[in-house]
Design a protein around this ligand. Structure first.
Ligand code: SPD
Length: 387
């Protein structure tokens, strides 16, 4: 049996001779009290032993997927994306064929309203009590009652930078501020060593508005215009607008500044360290503040294998599995029982788990309305194409 990981660019097949070993999952729901050996009156038809998962790139330890197949005999078809917009377009069109998808909570919120997801069957999520109640509460803002989703990882959007390169150009560079990328006076200095920003319109808008002292979740046309003016002013100095390539580009020195996601920048840091060329990458949450986001497992209403989807999500909710993922990707887990099992170097990294004074500067990323999203997309196209 194969676990296949597919990206838009490459295909990676991880051989795993696992199916049919007949091992029972540790997470199987306990038999009901008084259960007998008699066959249930109306047994649900058995599902094909497959689960189709669509997750962010660089977001899981592949060993965990192999372990899931080894224990359950369920083959994992694992596709990846790097943009909420791409995932949303597929979900709204329907019939994705996916059983488990991982939108960010602000996108999940409007997808729930559009009827894209089924309610989760808690009786199948026997590991629910491991979840972090603070994260559950924060996510309930988007998914009332936590009925449709389970947190995979959470994090922040901030600034990654190559310390030596940035300091060589400007020892006083404001590496703790959005000014570094949004003030043309600063950004211009780093044009040649390379600046990259996420291809994530709503997040970059929130960052610009925060920097300008505005409500980061504003949906006013005036604030959008203000943000566009800022973006246009620094566009000549931005080399890359992408949401996954910056990890390697930062690690190998192709760029020296990236607006990126916490764990991704820390993966770049680790890759640079492993390469042994003395490249030091750092991650800062800008002093003006930033969003705290949550990426959520959810099951599309038309998922072909909803039972397997629940089994997969429940497996990911085991403390040791969530900790393994967190160690591999450097993002914070929403699984409270896992935190003690996360490597100390990850658990104590302020880039992964921000200390209280930084956490106080984090704000939620709220869902945008339909009309504002259209305007934002037009702004974004003008920014990315430089027109
Ligand atoms: N490489 C995994 C990156 C996951 C980032 N998700 C962030 C979404 C923020 N809204």
């Amino acid at each position: 049996m194969n676990i296949s990981i597919r990206t838009g660019l490459a295909s990676l097949a991880i051989a795993a001779t696992l199916v049919g070993c007949g091992k029972k999952s540790e997470d199987a729901a306990p038999a009901a009290a008084g259960a007998t050996d008699a066959a249930p009156a109306a047994a649900a038809p058995a599902e094909e032993k497959v689960v189709n998962v669509y997750n962010w790139s660089d977001y899981v330890d592949p060993a965990v997927l192999e372990q899931f197949t080894a224990e359950t005999g369920i083959k994992v078809n694992y596709d990846v994306f790097d943009s909420n917009e791409v995932l949303e377009t597929k979900l709204l069109a329907g019939k994705t064929g996916y059983d488990v998808v991982v939108p960010s909570a602000s996108f999940l919120e409007r997808q729930i309203k559009a009827g894209v997801f089924q309610k989760l069957d808690r009786s199948k999520l026997t590991n629910w009590s491991n979840l972090d109640t603070e994260i559950l509460e924060r996510v309930a803002l988007h998914d009332p009652g936590n009925e449709h989703s389970v947190n995979h990882m959470w994090g922040t959007t901030g600034i990654g930078f190559n310390e030596a390169k940035v300091m060589a150009i400007d020892p006083n560079a404001p590496v703790d501020s959005w000014s570094l990328v949004f003030d043309p006076k600063h950004a211009a200095k780093f044009k040649d060593c390379g600046i990259s920003v996420l291809d994530a319109p709503s997040e970059i808008l929130a960052a610009v508005l925060t920097w300008k002292g505005k409500d980061p979740n504003s949906q006013s046309a005036e604030d959008l215009k203000l943000a566009e003016d800022v973006l246009v002013s620094v566009r000549p100095y931005i080399r890359m607008i992408h949401s996954s390539n910056y990890i390697d580009a930062l690690a190998n020195g192709e760029i020296c500044i990236a607006v990126g996601w916490s764990g991704d920048v820390l993966q770049a840091r680790d890759r640079a360290e492993e390469a042994g060329q003395g490249v030091v990458i750092r991650y800062n949450v800008p002093k003006e503040g930033t969003i705290m986001w949550f990426d959520m497992y959810a099951v599309p209403a038309d998922a072909p294998h909803p039972g397997n989807a629940h089994e997969f999500i429940n497996f990911m909710m085991r403390p040791e599995v969530a900790a393994k993922n967190s160690n591999f990707v450097n993002f914070a887990t929403g699984n409270a029982a896992a935190v003690a099992l996360v490597d100390e170097s990850v658990r104590n990294d302020p880039g992964v788990y921000p200390p209280a004074e930084i956490k106080a500067k984090l704000f939620p990323d709220l869902a945008e309305g339909e009309e504002f999203t259209r305007q934002l997309n037009r702004t974004w196209t003008r920014f990315t194409t430089g027109q």
